[in-house]
Design a protein around this ligand. Structure first.
Ligand SMILES: [Zn+2]
Length: 269
């Protein structure tokens, strides 16, 4: 992946990372701590969790820090240090679901494989297009459900200062302060940036000011955007007989079940 997409950020799947971690700590407590650490939205939360791990299990701490290990850099697995929003996607489940979805097609000749995937996608698009057409709200129901959950989170917040578009809040339960800025749509807790969904601090300020928080929702979660995703049509492959199977397998990726063996002559399918 690094060779093909050098400019794209790469992340670890936290489920696989936890499996690897079992070589130094197998207990459920540490699995949960690692989960929280990977999903932390700001460096303060991450450092706090590192401190706990350091006290509880020094071997695990050293393994996680991996001072000389380029492969375990924090930006690869801790949301707080990621160079772009992670949108709460910390696993490779999407890719694995897709691979499982097309599993029965993987042994087929290449044109059958491509057209089979196309057929599955258009069927799914059709189903989702119809579902999206029936949504009556401006934003997707799942987004609205998430927002309802966040805005109902129990909190002990208090607004300390207001400076133009900037609000400083304190959480009386933890004594931590947060700064919400409406000019650059940010909150120092990091959740708004990393999920693209307003955090509890933003919800609190909006309630305080009687602002309509829907105006702050990312339009990518809008119903109009959802509908536009499923508008596209995928036409059948025009001239399948001209598509040729690869001569040899490339160096990247693993060879799995396939009808083209290394060394095969190029075949027209
Ligand atoms: Zn916040």
């Amino acid at each position: 992946m690094r060779a093909i997409f050098p400019e794209s950020p790469h992340f670890f799947c936290i489920q696989h990372f936890k499996q690897n971690m079992k070589q130094v700590a197998r207990e459920k407590t540490f699995q949960n701590l690692l989960d929280s650490l990977a999903r932390s939205y700001n460096p303060t939360d991450a450092e706090h969790l590192f401190d706990i791990i350091k006290v509880e299990n020094m071997r695990l701490y050293d393994w996680l820090i991996g001072v000389n290990d380029e492969n375990r850099r924090f930006e690869h697995w801790i949301t707080a240090y990621a160079p772009c929003p992670r949108l709460d996607i910390n696993t490779s489940n999407l890719a694995e679901c897709f691979n499982n979805w097309i599993k029965k097609l993987r042994d087929k000749p290449i044109t059958t494989l491509l057209d089979g995937i196309r057929a599955k996608i258009i069927t799914l698009h059709d189903k989702n297009r119809n579902a999206a057409a029936n949504i009556e709200t401006n934003f997707c129901p799942r987004m609205l459900k998430t927002m309802a959950r966040i805005s109902n989170e129990r909190n002990y917040l208090e607004i300390l200062a207001i400076d133009g578009n900037t609000y400083e809040l304190v959480d009386r339960a933890t004594s931590r302060t947060y700064v919400v800025r409406f000019d650059d749509l940010s909150c120092t807790c990091g959740r708004w940036y990393h999920t693209n969904i307003p955090c509890i601090h933003v919800c609190f300020v909006c309630r305080y000011n009687n602002y309509n928080i829907e105006g702050l929702y990312d339009t990518r979660f809008s119903t109009a955007n959802l509908r536009s995703v499923y508008e596209a049509r995928m036409e059948p492959i025009p001239v399948p007989y001209q598509i040729q199977a690869p001569l040899v397998r490339g160096e990247i990726g693993e060879y799995q079940r396939c009808d083209v063996k290394p060394g095969d002559q190029r075949r027209t399918v």
